[in-house]
Design a protein around this ligand. Structure first.
Ligand code: IMP
Length: 195
């Protein structure tokens, strides 16, 4: 089975990706790869941030790896928090401060449409490939559920009456932006194997 490093320090993301890739890929976390520092995400696009993270790891370890960057894009807020989703309520903001700020900004807004977008950058044998996954839905008025992470308690995907925060991992992966991006990565690797 192909071994690949997933360049993230977010344990939730590692679990979600392993939930999908089990049996196909051996996903090694950064911790397991012996890297303990935070990799910077200084750019204004998900693609550049994802690329910076996978290249950072590739340069350091010269091993196959991938990274992802995700943002929540809210229509009524002109795409905010977008690529700055992690630092929406300030540089040291935690998930609940970010969620609180979003609920506050959305107070009274009729258009509640939003999308999660994930971009994956894969470094395979020194070459880079990108994959994208999107999930459309809306921002609920009151946070609900304590599963998942980040903005999960305030995002309800189209086709469900539960927020991501009320879903277990299998349920979230039915809808999730990250799962859709990973599916593309898996089919790409499948094709590469056959060639
Ligand atoms: P990053 O991709 O780790 O930079 O994430 C950006 C921000 O979006 C952070 O605040 C995350 O907590 C949040 N985020 C990323 N993925 C998800 C998700 O699947 N659900 C909810 N929030 C997420």
């Amino acid at each position: 089975m192909l071994e690949i490093i997933f360049a993230t320090n977010n344990a939730h993301k590692v679990q979600e990706i392993r939930n999908r890739t089990e049996g196909f890929l051996k996903v090694i976390s950064l911790k397991e790869a012996g890297i303990h520092e935070t990799i910077p995400e200084p750019f204004n696009t998900l693609k550049e941030n994802a690329s910076a993270k996978s290249k950072f790891i590739y340069k350091r370890l010269h091993k196959n790896c991938f990274s992802e960057d995700t943002g929540l894009f809210v229509e009524a807020l002109d795409g905010e928090p977008g690529v700055h989703s992690a630092r929406y309520a300030g540089d040291d903001a935690n998930d609940s401060a970010n969620v609180e700020k979003l609920i506050h900004k959305m107070f009274g807004k009729e258009n509640r449409k939003a999308s999660f977008i994930t971009i994956i950058s894969l470094m395979l044998e020194g070459k880079e490939y990108f994959f994208e996954g999107r999930c459309t839905g809306h921002i609920v008025e009151i946070a609900n559920g304590d599963m998942g992470f980040g903005y999960d308690p305030v995002f309800m995907p189209d086709g469900s009456n539960k927020t991501f925060g009320e879903m277990n991992m299998d349920e979230k992966n039915e809808f999730s932006h990250r799962r859709k991006a990973v599916d593309q990565l898996l089919s790409f690797l499948e094709k590469e194997k056959d060639e």
